[in-house]
Design a protein around this ligand. Sequence first.
Ligand SMILES: [Zn+2]
Length: 245
Amino acid sequence: MTGAHTYAFPDTDLAPRLECGLSLAASGCMGVQSGPENRKRLFRTAGIDPASAVSLTQIHSRIVRVAESAPAFVDMPEGDGLITANDSLVPTVTVADCMPIWLLDPVARWFGVLHSGWRGTGILRTALELASDEWGAKPENLRVILGPHIRSCCYTVDGERADYFRRGFGESSVTLDAARAAANDRWPWRLSLAEANRNLALSLGVLAEHIRDTGECTACNPLYGSNRRQGAPSFTRMLAWIRWR
Ligand SMILES: [Zn+2]
């Protein structure tokens, strides 16, 4: 589809039946307030019924909500992850450097999408706990796609945030940039949200072969919207969605 990328879940016969989409910068800003016309156009092009799309008021949290019906989400409750067992719904989040994470459990038959930036890292755990309560989900059945986001090539952080990630999400989630450290840069560490989420997923019991990383850095590549590259307030929020075909 022009103006969007789609991705497939690893290691499941259901992969062709699920569409994991991400609108590109050329499709325009997809904010509910800032891009309603762009959303309408994208839904039309992608063949998505706008009445089946569910969205949240995103607050960089680890809050995940179970969507049972679209009308229940008209007022867009706060949160950063949507999961559902209702095959007619289209969960969506917006991203611009934060990571979209698509989820599918082909056994317990639920699916969803998460918005995971640095503050939200850990939302994958919340999603899995919620799905376990709701549908008896087991981590070894979960398929995970880690989408385009700001990568360690562009994402430098200070020592405090590096410590937070090293302690919470594993040593490999940060690396010291020797040149920046030698120059006494205040942000000498490089943060990998992909590595942090991979470590988290594995620690929860997700199988390595069930995790797909799409690659691509949103800050490097102008194909994508990027808060860091484009700057506030006019950066291009991209829409990440998931639906049954
Ligand atoms: Zn980059």
